[in-house]
Design a protein around this ligand. Structure first.
Ligand code: B12
Ligand code: SF4
Length: 556
């Protein structure tokens, strides 16, 4: 540690690894507004704010920048933050930094969930930085930092600092995120949130969150802000009595400079007061884990809140209160019947959910699902971190080929232009956003609109449906024209993402060159194991195994 002007100085390079192009990268949609990156790395900005004020910091986000040798040489320590989907980039960064003989400090969901796979990292500072980083800094000052720091406590986040916004050029991002709470009281079998953030929701104070928003506002940010909570409504009483009224006040005073998005559980639809308050505070979209319309599968994964309710009605209720619902769906449960694929398509079409993230069930390490599958001898390897890349890390009961073909059917159906635009009209018919909003039309919106005319309305395969939807909106719900255009652009992105992923899978099936195709290694293993198990099952049943029959019927 160097001492400059009587203060200790360390140079820290904070690196955010590259994310692959996935459903949530919005890569193809962002082309319509410019070459921005979807969202900023909130974890690293929070870590930066927890470091001593005298240390010098630089941030490199590999989703837009390149990692320069010069930056690595400058640094005393390289701080890495990642989730599982970023593993390929993480490995590259570690190799580069090690080649420069520099020390790496790593934290975030990837390392917290799989520390054993990253023993080559010099210092693993796991769980929430508020709980573990202070001990690391203390040991570093003493000159004896340990290889691993972990904690069993869920820290009080009311003292979590304002993220260090000045490390970023905000204009390079399409949206910003902040956090109000951590943790979720539920316990779904496939989810690792209870391991990362615990089951007791912890909230920040209203003043603290308003301070974070004010800092963003002062930095000149206007537009979308995501509340990156596990479940925004995990502590509904405090939300209704304290936080939302304060937020409404602040937003009204500033004439609505932001629009908010968040994640919540389906029981939001049961609470009219909460929906109204959220809409008044500026929320107009909420991501809800719906998972499946199949009751037995909901039971299997312990998604208790979604059981025994009319899920389509719940979605429509939220839309009626001005909240666009984005939905998470999962296919591949043991209890999924053969009809599940059509059932998912029908559900999504009826509900008018535009952003339907349909993923394959996967078992993240440490979850109850992971342990069950391991016990049953069905685990194949570790999850790639991505639910939409046609990979699975266990042997599915319905058979691998059946699942893949069904999954492909679902994603191509719901994002076919015909179904997508039908759904868009269903949504726009039901959606009732609050009237008062201070949003002004920006140049980027006009650019996106014009580009959508060219790209979707003139050149696109969807042109007929695009114009039909535009005309319908102009005549029936003219106020919703911006939403119509925005969602048409999203639809284009979702279709493209699945097309690209699908063609990678086809290439893989044709040539089997898994090494060249990122993320498809588990597919190879699943496919192979699936065939082996089928062969065993068929032979046990006294029949002759014919690999060509795979997928036409399953032994289970
Ligand atoms: C916002 C969000 C997103 C955003 C972007 C996230 C981003 N750019 O970082 C979007 C919507 C794009 C997204 C996408 C996906 N996400 Co996401 N996402 C979240 C969410 C809700 C909030 C992330 C966040 O900002 N948290 C707030 C900050 C403050 O927390 P944090 O990053 O964890 O950082 C803290 C600690 O981890 C630690 N820490 C973090 N980094 C470092 C570094 C160092 C050096 C140290 C010391 C400490 C440290 O200290 C921080 C402060 O306490 C989390 C859940 C959650 N509550 O974190 C899921 C989560 C990160 N996402 C997850 C997943 C699976 C995905 C997807 C893969 C989903 C999919 N269906 O395919 C996609 C990936 C797509 C892609 N292209 O990357 C998982 C990751 C699981 C894992 N084990 O890796 C999480 C944990 C949710 C979950 N359990 O299901 N996600
Ligand atoms: S409700 Fe959502 S965040 Fe909570 S445990 Fe279930 S999947 Fe995880």
């Amino acid at each position: 540690m160097v001492v400059e002007n009587n203060a200790e100085v360390l140079r820290i390079l904070l690196v955010h690894p590259r994310s692959p192009d996935t459903f949530w990268s919005f890569k193809y949609a962002l082309k319509f507004i410019s070459e921005k990156v979807f969202i900023q790395p909130l974890g690293l900005l929070t870590v930066a704010a927890l470091l001593p004020r005298t240390w010098k910091l630089r941030l490199v986000d590999l989703n837009m920048d390149v990692l320069k040798d010069e930056d690595i040489r400058w640094a005393d320590y390289v701080f890495l933050s990642a989730m599982e989907v970023q593993q390929v980039s993480v490995r590259e960064i570690i190799a580069r930094v090690k080649a420069h003989n520099k020390k790496i400090v790593a934290g975030g969901p990837l390392f917290t969930i799989m520390p054993d796979q990253y023993r080559d990292v010099d210092h693993l500072v796991l769980q929430e930085a508020e709980a573990t980083l202070p001990s690391f800094i203390e040991d570093l000052r003493k000159g004896e930092p340990k290889p691993i720091y972990t904690s069993t406590e869920w820290p009080d986040i009311t003292s979590s600092p304002i993220p260090q916004w000045d490390l970023l050029a905000l204009r390079n991002y399409a949206i910003m995120s902040i956090q109000y709470s951590r943790g979720c009281p539920f316990d779904c079998e496939f989810c690792d949130i209870s391991l990362l953030n615990g089951r007791k929701p912890r909230m920040k104070t209203a003043a603290q969150v308003l301070g974070e928003l004010e800092a963003l506002y002062q930095k000149g940010w206007r537009g979308t802000v995501l509340f990156a909570d596990d479940n925004f409504i995990g502590g509904p009483r405090k939300l209704k009595k304290d936080f939302l009224p304060a937020l409404i006040n602040w937003m009204e005073g500033k004439r609505y400079p932001f629009r908010f998005l968040t994640q919540a559980t389906i029981n939001l639809a049961d609470d009219e007061e909460l929906m109204k308050l959220m809409a008044r505070a500026g929320f107009d979209s909420v991501f809800v884990g719906i998972e499946t319309p199949e009751e037995k599968s909901l039971h299997e994964c312990n998604k208790i809140l979604n059981k025994n309710r009319d899920l389509v009605a719940a979605v429509k209720e939220m839309q009626r209160f001005g909240l666009e619902v984005a939905g998470g769906f999962i296919i591949g449960f043991d209890s999924d019947p053969p009809a599940i694929f059509q059932k998912q398509v029908d559900f999504i079409q009826q509900s008018g959910i535009i952003t339907a993230m349909v993923g394959l069930l996967n078992a993240p390490k440490g979850t109850k699902l992971y342990e069950r599958l391991r016990h049953e001898g069905r685990l194949i390897g570790e999850w790639t971190g991505n639910m939409t890349d046609f990979s699975i890390n266990f042997f599915p009961k319905m058979g691998y080929q059946t699942l893949m073909e069904g999954y492909r059917y679902v994603v191509t159906s719901i994002y076919s232009p015909r179904n997508f635009y039908r759904r868009l009209i269903t949504f726009l018919t039901n959606f009732r956003p609050l009237k008062k909003r201070g949003h002004t039309l920006e140049l980027s919106h006009i650019r996106a609109f014009l580009y959508s005319i060219w790209s979707l309305g003139i050149r696109g395969e969807e042109r007929f449906y695009y114009w039909k939807a535009l005309l319908w909106t102009l005549l029936r719900r003219p106020r919703l024209l911006p939403q119509c255009v925005r969602l048409a652009i999203y639809g284009y992105h979702f279709r493209k993402v699945f097309q690209v992923q699908n063609s990678k899978l086809e290439d893989f099936n044709r040539y089997g060159n898994a090494e060249e195709i990122e993320g498809l290694k588990t597919v190879a293993q699943a496919s192979k194991k699936s065939e082996n198990m089928r062969e065993r099952e068929t032979t046990r049943a006294g029949k002759t195994y014919d690999p060509k029959e795979v997928g036409s019927r399953g032994p289970f």
